[in-house]
Design a protein around this ligand. Structure first.
Ligand SMILES: Cc1cc2nc3c(=O)[nH]c(=O)nc-3n(C[C@H](O)[C@H](O)[C@H](O)COP(=O)(O)OP(=O)(O)OC[C@H]3O[C@@H](n4cnc5c(N)ncnc54)[C@H](O)[C@@H]3O)c2cc1C
Length: 508
């Protein structure tokens, strides 16, 4: 691989480099700024991220009838035997403190008649524990509350439209990075580098994620020598609006309040697939919809809101407005919906404080794999993960000694795909690494990938495919028609390092 000289004139020295301006990046930066100078870089505008688009809310055991231990139970059930227990306990037990911090920071969570945060119910949760804001626009409300604090902080500098190109790693340690700013490339030297670059759902043709969610941080960490894990687990959301790209999400909370799924032959079908009907786990509903679409030769089913009362509809006004803005009146007819790639459970393998396997390199949020979500994320656990583990990452990163000098030269940045190539890749991923998987699909994908030039997106696709091929079973979001059952021998995490095949590890 070619190298690029890191000519030292343009080096910016900071204590902490945070890559990503979603909730994980913004929140971690705020925590870090108390401990040193912080640079946040984001390749997209700060109001375009999975975080800003998040709808339903944040899961947290706040109610008198609830307990973090019950939140742990529900999370473990969804994770299908793969969630790391210590991480899940931390998520559930530290969650309430993080939400109280957001309340103190002025996040406008919706309130009940007594003025307490009102708690919603979502599939897979045994209690009402979803705090939300502006009905179904929680992510934007949280991001908008934190942004002025980040932008106004004297020790935080934010560079938007600035992309991480290469992690500056040498001798097992990350010393900073090369980033592409609108004015040109810049080297950044840091005591600690935090990847908060999000997941990879945006690579798939049908997705609820913005195109910027393309797995960059995961690919760049892997190329720098860090271990990555669980990349075969991509969660497909069952009910995304079938028209337009990216697919507008119709939150689970709608089904929680009575929305029903009907096929185009006029049958309410979910009872045939699961006793929980429309409230079955996401993977079950996504597969049921896929089967119904195949059986009726259509590309969608209908989500009907008829049974949702007027008061509950009020709660979903932002979702209904979102549909109207896309030219569809949800009160007139059933909403056409189909599954879409939504959330990546895997990522850069990290411990409970966000340390990756490279010194001074941390990962947090959807870019990280703490093991907390196992094989299937429980709804509304991911925004909480950004906060809980962001807090821990900041505490750990603050302990790093002064920065090392940058390596004398760095690898040449790996190119990104052009729009036409990216469209091709998206279609292949949805076809060959989608909701129903098999060896034949993986083999075809491998072959198809050889026709594209080397790229960051190709690295992510290959890593996801290698994990899916190696996991010869069905578990959580990963369903193989050639191995339709869970295999107890595979109840571990597939960890991959540069040049190696996925290796099964058992995390407790
Ligand atoms: C439509 C939708 C609804 C959702 N609803 C919920 C919900 O209700 N509750 C819940 O818990 N979760 C929800 N999720 C999931 C949740 O939003 C995400 O998991 C979470 O926001 C991830 O946050 P993050 O900060 O890790 O990443 P993101 O919010 O995706 O932010 C990633 C950041 O990294 C930047 N970036 C990426 N690559 C680079 C690069 N090379 N260089 C520089 N910057 C880079 C991006 O520009 C962005 O700023 C939803 C997701 C979607 C898409």
């Amino acid at each position: 691989m070619g190298r690029t000289g890191s000519g030292r004139a343009d080096v910016l020295d900071v204590d902490f480099l945070v890559v990503g301006g979603g909730l994980a990046g913004l929140y971690t930066a705020l925590q870090l700024a108390d401990r040193g100078r912080c640079l946040v870089v984001s390749k997209a505008d700060l109001d375009i991220s999975n975080s800003a688009w998040a709808q339903g809310g944040i899961a947290v055991a706040l109610d008198a009838e609830d307990d973090p231990a019950l939140h742990v139970e529900d999370t473990l059930r969804a994770g299908r035997g793969l969630s790391k227990l210590s991480a899940v306990r931390i998520l559930a037990s530290e969650g309430p403190d993080r939400i109280h911090e957001l309340l103190d920071a002025g996040v406008p969570f919706d309130r009940d008649a007594q003025g307490r945060p009102s708690l919603g119910l979502e599939g897979g949760h045994g209690r009402r524990r979803i705090v939300h804001a502006n009905g179904g626009a929680t992510g934007l409300a949280v991001v908008r509350a934190l942004l002025p604090k980040v932008l106004g902080h004297p020790r935080i500098t934010v560079w938007e439209n600035t992309r991480l190109l290469v992690l500056a790693a040498e001798a097992g340690t990350c010393r900073g990075a090369l980033v592409q700013t609108p004015e040109g490339p810049r080297h950044v030297r840091a005591r600690a580098t935090v990847l908060a670059t999000g997941g990879a759902g945006g690579l798939f043709a049908r997705t609820t994620n913005p195109p910027s969610t393309a797995g960059d941080g995961i690919a760049l960490a892997y190329l720098a020598g860090a271990a990555v894990a669980d990349l075969e687990f991509m969660q497909f959301h069952p009910t995304a609006f079938a028209q337009g790209k990216p697919a507008f999400l119709l939150s689970e909370a709608l089904r929680g309040e009575g929305a029903q799924l009907w096929n185009l032959q006029g049958e309410r079908f979910m009872a045939r697939y699961d006793a929980a009907g429309e409230l079955a786990p996401r993977d079950v509903v996504a597969r049921a919809i896929t089967a119904e679409m195949a059986a009726t030769g259509t590309d969608h089913v209908q989500l009907r809101l008829d049974e949702i009362g007027a008061e509950a509809r009020q709660h979903f006004s932002s979702l209904l407005d979102g549909l109207r803005a896309r030219g569809f009146d949800p009160m007139e007819a059933g909403i056409p919906v189909a599954p879409a790639a939504h959330y990546l459970m895997g990522g850069v393998a990290v411990d409970l404080d966000g340390h990756s396997s490279l010194g001074r390199l941390y990962a947090v949020g959807e870019a990280a794999c703490t093991g907390v979500h196992g094989a299937n994320r429980l709804a509304s656990n991911s925004l909480l993960e950004c906060l809980v583990f962001g807090h821990r990452v900041a505490a750990a990163a603050a302990e790093e000694p002064p920065a090392d000098t940058l390596p004398a030269d760095l690898p040449e940045p790996v190119r990104q795909l052009g729009p036409a190539e990216r469209q091709l890749l998206g279609a292949w991923l949805f076809e060959d690494l989608g909701i129903l998987r098999s060896h034949a699909g993986f083999a075809r994908l491998r072959e198809r990938l050889t026709s594209l030039p080397p790229s960051l997106e190709g690295v992510v696709a290959s890593l996801m495919a290698a994990g899916a091929e190696r996991r010869r079973e069905s578990r959580g979001s990963h369903f193989r028609s050639d191995y339709p059952r869970e295999d107890p021998a595979l109840a571990g995490h597939l960890v991959t390092v540069l040049g190696g095949d996925p290796r099964l590890e058992f995390w407790s």
